[in-house]
Design a protein. Structure first.
Length: 327
């Protein structure tokens, strides 16, 4: 997309905060939504050519001062996967593009997030069918790769909003039934976090165990927020100022109480997953974040531009969703 087109149509000040998770060295049928290295390279190249990509914290400061360049955006990753260091970071560096990685500290050094445990169990099991009565009434078909992929995502849909301990128990039961106990997980270790930071990528906190904060009592939620920041400060020996709410849907996954906790913990900004463009006047502790799910660079950039120039009323509704929904 030529910059003159962006300047011509993107006339309202705004900040697009993009959300990614993994960038895979090669295609994995069990992760159809994740980008490959070549796809990510095409997208980052298109963004670097067409938009003004800023470090998130700088972008937030400029948003509040209404001093953003035309086509401002920031790139973020959630969870803290090792491929963010091994695959994504070199691509970002090659294009001169900054990013922030939000790390869930409880999974560092060999841990697994629950969704990765479910996918891995389906991937490696030798079972062709298995009952899973805690979440499904009928046995799972595991006879083909396609069936295993469908089974994994069906289990994830059912397990996502279980109470935290119940979800862990259900996943452990699932692994046991499939005879598939996980080995070392795909997340960063402490040295990887330091190397990622040394490469120029900013590090933010994403709680300890990635729970739905709205499902926790206040004491547990506060501990998840504070302890994740404290561990990252201990690893990096520098301030950690950015936070991402797990799952991130305002009013469903977190509420005003959790926003107050994030401020109290010492963060300077926080991001949700409300799907719109951040505009001047929005709360820096509930900034919206989204990603067009196109995998071709020009399509990704075009859809992003289309989202930026949509009707003002939709942005107002998005801002309201990100600041006013009840817990």
């Amino acid at each position: 997309m030529p910059r003159w087109l962006l300047r011509a149509v993107d006339r309202r000040p705004g900040l697009s905060i993009l959300l990614f998770h993994r960038v895979l060295a090669e295609r994995d049928p069990f992760r159809p939504g994740d980008l490959t290295a070549s796809e990510f390279d095409g997208i980052v190249g298109a963004l670097a050519r067409s938009f003004a990509v800023l470090p998130l914290e700088e972008a937030v400061e400029r948003l509040e001062k209404n001093a953003l360049p035309r086509g401002a955006l920031a790139i973020t990753f959630d969870d803290g996967y090792r491929d963010n260091l091994d695959v994504a970071a070199p691509i970002l560096a090659a294009h001169g593009v900054p990013a922030t990685v939000f790390v869930s500290t409880g999974f560092l050094d060999g841990g697994w997030m629950f969704n990765d445990r479910v996918i891995e169990a389906c991937k490696v099991t030798r079972c062709t069918s298995a009952p899973f009565p805690s979440l499904r009434a009928e046995p799972l078909d595991l006879s083909t790769v396609e069936a295993k992929v469908a089974a994994a995502h069906a289990i994830l849909d059912n397990a996502k909003y279980l109470e935290f301990d119940a979800r862990l128990a259900a996943v452990a039961d699932f692994e046991d039934r499939l005879g598939a106990l996980p080995g070392r997980g795909p997340m960063l270790d402490e040295e990887g976090v330091r190397r990622l930071r040394a490469s120029g990528v900013a590090i933010g906190a994403h709680t300890v165990d990635h729970p739905i904060l709205a499902n926790l009592d206040d004491s547990a939620a506060r501990a998840q927020i504070h302890q994740s920041r404290e561990r990252l400060i201990d690893i990096l020996r520098e301030p950690v100022t950015q936070f991402a709410y797990p799952n991130g849907q305002p009013g469903r996954d977190y509420g005003a109480t959790h926003v107050a906790m994030v401020k109290e913990a010492g963060f300077r900004c926080a991001v949700s997953t409300a799907p719109c463009t951040a505009r001047p006047g929005m709360d820096r502790y509930e900034l919206p974040r989204f990603t067009p799910w196109d995998k071709t660079g020009w399509r990704f950039a075009a859809r992003l531009l289309a989202m930026r120039i949509r009707d003002t009323d939709k942005d107002v509704a998005c801002a309201h969703a990100a600041t006013s929904q009840p817990h």
